[in-house]
Design a protein around this ligand. Structure first.
Ligand code: ANZ
Ligand code: ZN
Length: 794
């Protein structure tokens, strides 16, 4: 018997597919299109992670099934290669990031090819390729021209020991990731993208797409749309007013004090004449060094300082109420000031308890002497609004005090500057005469210059600032002396539009040809990690909507459907990490068990959307399964089809499970069918071919080999996906219990569609039944279809 030599088989078919260009998507085709996408990997030095394989295999199965269903499929791959790990590695070793990236992408490419993914390699892209980032820069220029990119002083993370600016990702628990020193905030001019202008549409248009519900919830929470009112409070004996944002205007009569964020502009120069301004100022300074989480976390002890000599007036009842500064109010949400309603807000309640402030119940339903009642209800202690329901009262009270109904968003504008080397240069120069001048489109890309050192500078500027030859340029407008922007773009830039570039990766005139975009967009199915369902997904939806508004892409949303996979954890359920030494190297597994076994293992290890711990022993089982399939392939064939019912049940199950990403149960079904075939001495060729076609997307190499052994010339991956026949799913024959006078005397296996008369006849002919009927007359026959036949005789 021929051995299952996975090494030989896998190499052979990978070569064949490449030679036949089997996975090249056609830009024009009569077939329906299917665009399947996975998040393109960051080519790190560690090589491919088993987590990549989980996501890639899942989409590979879906895409291969689509090919078999007759679609023109696009399943592309590329490299999201700008970013810090590469830069840090370059700093440590002195090897240029370009070289590091090349090494790493070579490794990743080899590994992905060895796993037999059906990627269209002819469309491979790399975000660090100037031909690619030319268009990233071009999109930035369009954003700038449309007022969506602007400069603003923003605090950056500063490590005082390393003297460098850190990206948020490099700050771990408030400390520098490299040296552990607590990070300070430093004000710096930064490029910002006005994503908040799209906040409402980014929220609303989630209704148009088929994303997993939990992903929609994450997006909505991140955008943080909140409907409420702005209400002004007067200050006793002063002109100034304090505007608050509240989602509960119905509780206005219960507002017993106001709170300003420490950064509130009314506190800057003591224009209110606060008597204890020294104390207030000190409080402001300490607050500024706390992180947002430290300031707002529930259960954290609330702190604050009362402003002496200043009193606000509640516009609902004209009562005089105190004003505090406290850091649980954030400067950049709402108006940076709140009306505090301790009876109905938990944080206000805790604060009021601590500082002994009035707690006034205005909504019925709770017991506010013990805890805040945050629900809605009927009003009380609210003058003429007593008895009204919350919803209605919120409107009426807002109107009564001349407030304004408004919508606020938690989403902030996107900080788009990084003071790092390994990113896309921002294509802008600063001219002494003309100010900010964009680099003319014909001069794109602004290429990253070669440098010797990649460390950010002492001043927190990008290392590019030190390359005077690159920095000093002529102003494109007036020809006078000018300096280049030395900040680079964040890692999120290149990934915000990469799925568009796959559609036309070599175009040098446009980011992609419009006709091709019309054909391929939107992406039909996008799978990726849960960790990217906030930022990356939101950023790319934002860029896409912007391009849509410019008329450059045909759809308002980039992705029709978005799903997510669960993380793969190390054995024992802990995170896989280099430092713990528990990272699984796929190369060893491919060598030992084969790519097919590894793919199946990763799809079989547990429900796709759930985190699951690695267990290399499991691979032994999946390998055994494939050995069994192999063995069946070596058996003699027969014309006699014996497994019709199970076969059609399996077709149905596998077909449906792939669509719902229940890969593990699809594989179980295939295993059951395989076991049944394994028991038979001879298997019908037709039946085995169906098993192979169902298994092909999961284990593309072994199935291709066995398919060809059956005499086929064309790839199994272009064979037609099997369809189940509903009629054949029910078992074709049934066993009927035959009784005489209620006593079981025998059984009869019959065709499901036999009539009662025929069954009666066959049953009466059975020797073990006939002997009870001899000489008796049948008085009655009780028949329960598919179950029982009872002769009542006398
Ligand atoms: C009075 C009130 C009474 C509130 C009550 C809530 C319950 P969301 O839904 O998240 O938008 N708030 C407003 N601006 C704030 C800021 N800059 N920092 C911290 N808190 C702020 O929450 C809106 C509510 O959060 C607002 O409604 C306000 O407190 C508070 F029984 O106003 B509320
Ligand atoms: Zn100029």
């Amino acid at each position: 018997m021929k051995q299952y030599d996975h090494k030989k088989i896998e190499k052979k078919w990978q070569k064949f597919w490449e030679k036949e260009k089997l996975w090249q998507a056609k830009d024009k085709d009569k077939k329906p299109k299917f665009y399947g996408l996975i998040e393109f990997p960051y080519p790190s030095g560690e090589g491919l992670h088993v987590g990549h394989i989980r996501s890639n295999t899942a989409m590979d199965i879906i895409c291969r099934k689509r090919w078999m269903e007759g679609f023109n499929v696009l399943y592309p791959i590329g490299w999201d290669a700008f970013g810090l790990p590469t830069e840090n590695y370059a700093i440590k070793t002195g090897i240029h990031p370009i070289k590091v990236t090349k090494q790493n992408t070579d490794t990743f490419r080899r590994q992905l090819k060895e796993l037999g993914f059906s990627f269209d390699w002819s469309r491979e892209i790399n975000t660090t390729d100037p031909k690619y980032y030319k268009w990233t820069q071009w999109i930035f220029l369009q954003l700038y021209k449309h007022g969506l990119a602007y400069k603003k002083k923003m605090p950056i993370n500063w490590c005082p020991k390393d003297k460098i600016g850190l990206a948020n990702e490099e700050v771990v628990d408030g400390c520098c990731e490299r040296c552990g020193t607590p990070v300070e905030k430093r004000e710096k001019e930064q490029w910002m993208l006005a994503i908040t202008k799209y906040a409402d549409r980014l929220d609303k248009d989630l209704d148009l797409v088929d994303f997993l519900e939990k992903i929609k919830i994450q997006q909505r929470n991140w955008i943080g749309k909140s409907e409420g009112a702005e209400i002004e409070f007067g200050i006793k004996n002063q002109e100034s007013k304090i505007k608050v944002f509240t989602t509960r205007a119905d509780t206005l009569f219960g507002a017993t004090y106001l709170v300003l964020a420490p950064e509130h502009k009314l506190l800057m120069n003591n224009e209110l004449g606060i008597r204890n301004y020294g104390e207030v100022k000190k409080y402001i300074e300490t607050a500024q060094n706390k992180t947002e989480i430290e300031r707002t976390a529930e259960g954290k002890e609330k702190t604050g300082v009362k402003l002496d000599g200043v009193t606000a007036i509640n516009p609902a009842n004209n009562e005089e109420i105190p004003i505090f500064v406290a850091d649980y109010v954030l400067p950049d949400y709402g108006t940076g000031a709140i009306m505090a309603v301790p009876a109905h807000d938990e944080r206000d309640f805790a604060f009021a308890k601590k500082y002994n402030l009035l707690i006034k119940e205005v909504i019925t339903g709770g017991n506010v002497s013990e805890t805040a009642y945050i629900g809605e209800g009927k009003l009380l202690n609210s003058g003429k609004f007593d008895g009204m329901e919350s919803k209605e009262a919120a409107k009426a009270i807002t109107e009564f005090v001349g407030g304004k109904i408004t919508t606020k968003f938690k989403l902030r504008d996107w900080i788009f500057s990084r003071q790092h080397y390994w990113g896309e240069p921002i294509p802008v120069v600063f001219c002494e005469k003309c100010g900010v001048v964009t680099v003319p489109e014909k001069d794109l890309p602004v290429k990253l210059p070669m440098v010797e050192k990649y460390q950010p500078t002492d001043t927190g500027e990008s290392p590019l600032a030190a390359i005077t030859k690159w920095v000093n340029v002529k102003c494109p407008k007036c020809g006078g002396p000018a300096k280049r922007e030395t900040d680079t773009m964040p890692n999120w830039a290149g990934s915000s539009w990469y799925y568009l570039r796959y559609i036309d990766p070599k175009n040098s005139k446009e980011f992609a040809d419009r006709k091709k975009l019309d054909y391929w967009t939107p992406v039909d199915w996008y799978n990726g990690g849960m960790e990217h369902t906030t930022l990356h997904l939101l950023y790319s939806r934002f860029w896409h909507k912007f391009l849509f508004d410019l008329g450059l892409v045909p759809t308002s949303e980039p992705y029709k459907k978005r799903t997510s996979h669960g993380l793969i954890l190390a054995e024992g359920g802990v995170k896989m990490s280099k430092s713990k030494g528990n990272v699984i190297n796929p190369d060893d597994l491919v060598k030992r068990f084969g790519a097919d076994a590894l793919r199946i293992y990763e799809m079989f290890m547990g429900p796709f959307d759930q985190a699951i711990a690695w267990n290399t022993d499991g691979l032994v089982g999946t390998r055994r399964f494939l050995e069994k399939v192999w063995r069946i392939g070596q058996k003699p064939t027969t014309e006699n089809r014996q497994l019709i019912t199970l076969l059609h049940q399996t077709i149905k199950k596998v077909t449906e499970d792939i669509e719902t990403m229940r890969f593990n149960t699809a594989i179980s079904a295939l295993m059951i069918l395989t076991n049944e075939m394994d028991k038979l001495e001879k298997v019908a060729k037709e039946d085995f071919e169906i098993l192979l076609r169902l298994l092909a997307p999961f284990a593309p190499h072994i199935t291709e080999e066995l398919w060809h052994e059956l005499g086929h010339r064309d790839s199994i991956h272009l064979a037609i996906w099997p369809k189940h026949d509903v009629d054949k799913i029910q078992a074709s024959s049934v066993k009927i219990v035959i009784q005489v006078n209620g006593k079981t005397r025998g059984t009869l296996e019959i065709g499901r569609n036999l009539t009662q008369t025929e069954i009666e006849k066959q049953a009466a002919d059975l020797p073990e039944i006939a002997k009870w009927l001899v000489g008796k007359s049948v008085k009655k026959i009780i028949f329960v279809p598919t179950r029982l036949l009872n002769f009542v005789v006398a």
